[in-house]
Design a protein around this ligand. Sequence first.
Ligand SMILES: O=C(O)[C@H]1NCC[C@@H]1O
Length: 344
Amino acid sequence: MRFNKVLNVVDCHAEGESGQVITGGVGYIPGETMFDKRVYLETHKDDIRKMLLFEPRGAPWHNANIILPSNHPEADMGYVILESTEYPAMSGSNTMCVATVLLETGILPMSEPLTHLVLESPAGLIRVRCECKNGKVTQVRFINQPAFVYHRDKPVEVAGIGTVRVDIVYGGMTFVMVEAKDLGFAIDPSEAREICETGEKIKRAAAEQLAVKHPINPDIPGITNYSLTGPLRREGGQLISKNAVVVSPGRCDRSPCGTGTSARLALLHARGEMQVGETLIHESIISNRFYGTIEQVSQVGPYPAVIPAVAGQAWITGLYQMGMEPTDPYQQGFTLTDVWQRSC
Ligand SMILES: O=C(O)[C@H]1NCC[C@@H]1O
């Protein structure tokens, strides 16, 4: 064996959404903050993302996270998130995978019944509370960076669909949000392909027609995610709603989406439909759940914001070493539009 690169991989998923955690093999990544390291990886080491996420090693539904030491005095560890078409500033399902792997593989010490961590994501510090029992992390609850609404109830012209009413909301990633009833969807798993096809079209149209710039970090990516939102209902005093998130290049998030849940809380709060201290049970297209709570209100530049807390669970599924042989023709991996929908 003569690999020119070997990565230590812990396979993990949060409510069905893949989040590989790379615990070694990447080497030193320069940068003061995790956002700087994210930029360095994107501009100098994108071959690592392609090796992990593109074929023949990856698949459209894979995400990965590189664990890196943080320079922030409060942080226990940092991580950079890699997805099929971008390096997001933040990701909820990936944060749950990172916290679970750090504790369950012994990289950081676990104390039962609760372990508190401070992780530096590219979006900033993320405070995490892990419920732990018999060596297993049974819930990861993180406090996200502030979520806020850029645009409310804006018409967007979408080729082949017509005028669609959208909201544009930041929750760590930037979402175009559409009510399922406006497009006639029930958010049933049988609709997944059609939801992705319309979602990608709406995402592209919204990104062309509505400007966004994060007031604190203008390099945070613009509209790259789509959330199709189901009706909000109260059952026994409990707020509950379904959503389907379409992750680029066009597949459903298997989890309820942590950044999408954060964005949903900001939108519901802006609409007066959810108050500080309330919790939303947010369901995915396959009906698993995250729990989103509005911790407090905040302000981001000109935008009123909320501080979201999101809780869910992750499970490790394997540990292995991924290698790259120097004669392998797919050093940069490849994508094919049969399952990737568009080339990345
Ligand atoms: O939970 C989330 O925020 C995400 N899941 C995959 C895509 C998003 O990063």
